[in-house]
Design a protein around this ligand. Structure first.
Ligand SMILES: [Zn+2]
Length: 400
């Protein structure tokens, strides 16, 4: 049985990896060694193959794979904008909760790589990430994390660091954190909306511009910290199919800001994280999210194009995408509740293992999400999120 996830182009490699899975990894190892011999960068190949391998394997094993959860913070401060801030007190409570409940906090590269080796186990692994590289990560979060000896990741924009912008950490502080377990990863040079094309910009020029930005940010991180993981956090969590393909061609994985644990359905260039800040992150909300399990989704598509990968960047003419989830059982399909930005809970129509999400109106211009959850037993939830991005009818983006 080959299960096809409607994301990214992975058909041919999926067949190989699925065979590898069935043949107890022999072919997987073969593919890996072959790639290595050809001089590909070993770690890059490893991460991509491991993720793709787990994508196939996890589905066959249902929930026997662990739920790996990535947490996303921005500021850890009482003095910064509320919507992107978690208070130092609440942050400490989050960390205390993880310790008390026996979660294992691991570095993000390790989490991505260990996804495969924990097969059959139900470890509780969490990675902690901070976007933008704000000063409060160094002054407030780092002391707490260092005290616990926990690794974490800072996704940095290199321009504010190079130009010593107020409110941002310094390269010196980042080097200190890196020396004590921090992963420093790519958030582009300038935090642009990568999916937005400039006036009159061709696809080729767009691709060139974005590629140069990603490569320059990676280079600056390497020069200043010695690290180069090729892990990108998309600014604003915004990505489209073209950007995913660009990342794949550069050997990058990409994290968005759509919520959920890492699951089988996710392309390595469209990985989810749970964002905290503003209204999100009260301790019961936090507990529910860190204990969530990936929704056992076999495929996700849009009703209008069932055989095509979903492009989260909607065309001007499509403000009401009809999402279709195919899950492992009818019982699960019937237990799924979906929520859309600006619409609250929306209707679902179940036909056998298929769930049609019926929006009540247009998604708002800008960023939106459809989140689906279902009870997984013992107070835990299956979780799946699909982001969408769209300009308004005039082709303009709402002001930030
Ligand atoms: Zn950011």
């Amino acid at each position: 049985m080959l299960i096809r996830a409607n994301y990214g182009k992975r058909e041919s490699i999926s067949v190989v990896i699925m065979m590898a899975y069935k043949l107890n990894t022999v072919i997987f190892v073969g593919v890996f060694v072959e790639k290595w011999k050809k001089g590909k960068e070993m770690w890059r190949t490893a991460i991509n193959l491991i993720l793709k391998w787990s994508i196939c394997g996890c589905l066959l094993m249902g929930n026997s794979l662990q739920a790996a959860v990535v947490l996303q913070y921005h500021h850890v401060s009482d003095e910064t904008p509320a919507s992107t801030s978690t208070s130092p007190t609440l942050f400490r409570e989050h960390m205390a909760y993880l310790a008390q409940e026996g979660y294992e906090v691991v570095a993000l590269p390790e989490l991505l790589a260990s996804y495969v080796s924990t097969e059959g186990q139900r470890l509780k692994q969490v990675a902690i990430t901070f976007d933008d590289g704000y000063e409060s990560v160094y002054t407030k979060a780092y002391p707490e994390l260092r005290k616990r000896g926990w690794p974490f990741t800072v996704f940095v924009n290199t321009k504010p660091l190079d130009e010593h912008w107020k409110g941002f950490a310094s390269w010196k502080q980042l080097r200190e954190m890196a020396a004590n377990g921090a992963t420093i990863a790519n958030h582009t040079t300038s935090h642009d909306h990568l999916i937005r094309r400039l006036d009159g910009e061709t696809e080729h020029k767009w691709r060139q511009r974005v590629k140069e930005d990603l490569v320059l940010a990676e280079k600056r991180i390497k020069q200043e910290t010695g690290q180069s993981h090729r892990i990108l956090a998309y600014p604003f969590g915004e990505y489209d199919l073209s950007l995913m393909k660009l990342l794949e061609s550069l050997g990058f994985v990409g994290f968005g800001q759509h919520s959920g644990p890492l699951g089988s359905i996710h392309s390595p260039q469209a990985l989810p994280r749970f964002p905290f800040g503003g209204h999100y992150g009260g301790i019961s909300d936090f507990a529910q999210k860190v204990s969530s399990l990936p929704m056992p989704v076999e495929s996700v598509s849009l009703k209008a194009a069932p055989d095509t990968d979903i492009d989260p960047l909607l065309p001007i003419t499509d403000s009401r995408p009809s999402l279709v989830l195919t899950v492992e059982s009818e019982a699960l399909a019937k237990g799924i509740n979906c929520f859309a930005s600006g619409q609250g809970r929306v209707q679902t129509q179940v036909d056998n293992h298929q769930v049609d999400v019926v929006l009540t109106g247009a998604l708002p211009a800008g960023r939106s999400r459809i989140n689906c959850t279902a009870a997984a037993g013992k107070g835990r939830f299956y979780w799946f999120s699909q982001p969408f991005f769209r300009p308004n009818e005039q082709g303009e983006w709402p002001p930030e």
